[in-house]
Design a protein around this ligand. Structure first.
Ligand code: UDX
Length: 428
């Protein structure tokens, strides 16, 4: 089949997931019509202005596929163009920790009656959401197709998936077949299942990965007590095929728009069904405490932090993104200021979000600028450029060359050789 002959695809919600989904389906040959209620965002996408998010490879993908990508604020345009409607709106946490489904509900309310279209749910929703939607809209054709992409490597994750999960219940088979066919050229094992199981696969996967991180962070904390190096421990553990090497990087906790929200949503979902998910309580608590442990590493060297100047290197929740949602930097800067310190920060790309989310933090345009006159530095995000810094020179710029490497990213010997007092996470 010629690339241009592929069936059209509708995308609802042009956030991180929606934009990547649309651009990637266009890349493999589908005409894509993507709708969003944010007229400013749609106008910017149409005009070729810089993308609203920092995601490697995405600007090139959008440019290359302009002909196949239509951006609109009109739902009717999407409905006219495509039977498959990929729902990519966000489902942020509510105050109770449950997922806020108001945007999903608004999408469902905007759909016409009948079985002409299928709603393909990519937004992360609690297990049971598909069943609830179909109870109130019995004719709706519904497919659960959770998204597993990671920010920072979203394009390659989408185009080379480990697995593709397609959940459908009786009556929605044609749409599940169409979704499976759209993904088929991308490879990856197809998991064809029911809607509730597909919804659970997404939540359980994220909760398990978060559990791995909190587990290795607790191992790191024990390593500090016994003089072991958590990087060595993780290496030795990860070689066991049953454990695997991934997500065993100790640090100052996980963040982002998914893990904190999805772990909490799964905990609440379990609670709402009468089950107390004890393990997830600990996963969440360990993560919160891990962000704060940095403070005691500083006070060990500096005593009181009142009047001290502390530099944060990196603000984004991980490298290669400007996303600061639930980033460890938010808790850390607030705790430091609470202890009386002045906080200065540098991030290679998150300056925009940082200005809005951390108004009381001084933002610097370079690592050297942030470190000048500082009493301590904390590496919060493992941006590759931090490995290349001239640490000898930077030590000379600081009032006191102390670094807490919150991601175990730097070479302790090199830093000590450059004149730093080095503190990692669980490194003996
Ligand atoms: C995650 C899931 O990986 C993805 O499948 C899902 O679709 C969305 O949620 P993302 O939030 O983009 O993706 O980030 P990810 O790369 O998974 O990292 C999440 C957080 O965990 C980051 O703050 C990262 O620093 C932290 N992390 C990750 C660790 O602290 N240690 C690790 O070993 C791995």
């Amino acid at each position: 089949m010629e690339a241009s002959e592929k069936p059209p695809i509708g995308v609802i919600g042009v956030g991180w997931v929606g934009l990547v989904t649309g651009a990637c389906f266009a890349e493999v040959g589908h005409p894509v019509v993507a709708v969003d209620i944010d007229a400013g965002k749609i106008e910017a996408l149409r005009s070729g202005a810089p993308l609203p998010i920092h995601e490697p490879g995405l600007p090139e993908l959008v440019e290359r596929n302009r002909e196949r990508l239509t951006f609109t604020t009109e739902m009717d345009e999407v409905l006219a163009a495509s039977r498959l409607l990929f729902c990519c709106v966000d489902t942020p946490p509510t105050y109770s920790g449950d997922a806020d489904l108001s945007r999903v509900d608004a999408v469902v309310a905007a759909l016409p009656d009948g079985a002409e279209h299928a709603l393909v749910m990519k937004s992360t929703v609690p297990a049971g959401t598909g069943a609830t939607i179909r109870r109130s809209h019995p004719d709706l054709v519904y497919v659960s197709c959770p998204e597993f992409l990671k920010e920072g490597s979203a394009v390659s994750d989408f185009l080379e998936p480990d697995r593709v999960v397609v959940g459908a219940d009786p009556g929605s088979e044609w749409a599940a077949d169409a979704v499976a066919a759209a993904y088929e050229p991308l490879g990856g094992e197809l998991v064809r299942t029911d809607v509730a199981s597909a919804e659970m696969i997404k939540l359980a996967s994220n909760a398990f990965l978060a559990t791995k991180i909190s587990f290795i962070n607790e191992i790191a904390n024990v390593c500090e007590g016994v003089g072991a190096d958590v990087n060595e421990v993780a290496r030795g553990m990860g070689l066991d095929g049953r454990i695997g090497p991934h997500f065993l990087q100790a640090g100052i906790g996980y963040g982002g728009s998914c893990f904190p929200k999805d772990v909490s949503a799964l905990k609440m979902l379990a609670g709402n069904t009468g089950y107390h998910f004890q393990l997830l309580n600990s996963v969440i608590e360990v993560n919160e405490l891990q962000k704060r442990r940095v403070i005691s590493k500083l006070t060990k060297h500096l005593g009181s932090l009142v009047g001290k100047r502390v530099a944060l290197l990196g603000l984004a929740f991980k490298p290669n993104t400007d996303d600061m949602r639930e980033a460890s930097s938010l808790v850390l800067s607030a705790r430091l200021q609470g202890e009386g310190a002045t906080v200065v920060a540098y991030d290679p790309v998150a300056e925009g979000p940082a200005g809005a989310m951390l108004p009381s933090v001084e933002l610097s345009v370079s690592a050297a600028g942030a470190l000048t006159g500082a009493d301590a530095a904390i590496l919060v995000t493992e941006w590759p450029e931090f490995a290349e810094l001239d640490w000898e020179e930077l030590a000379g710029l600081m009032s006191n060359p102390l670094i807490v490497d919150g991601r175990n990213f730097l070479d302790p010997e090199r830093l000590r050789g450059a004149g730093f007092s080095y503190e990692g996470i669980g490194r003996g």
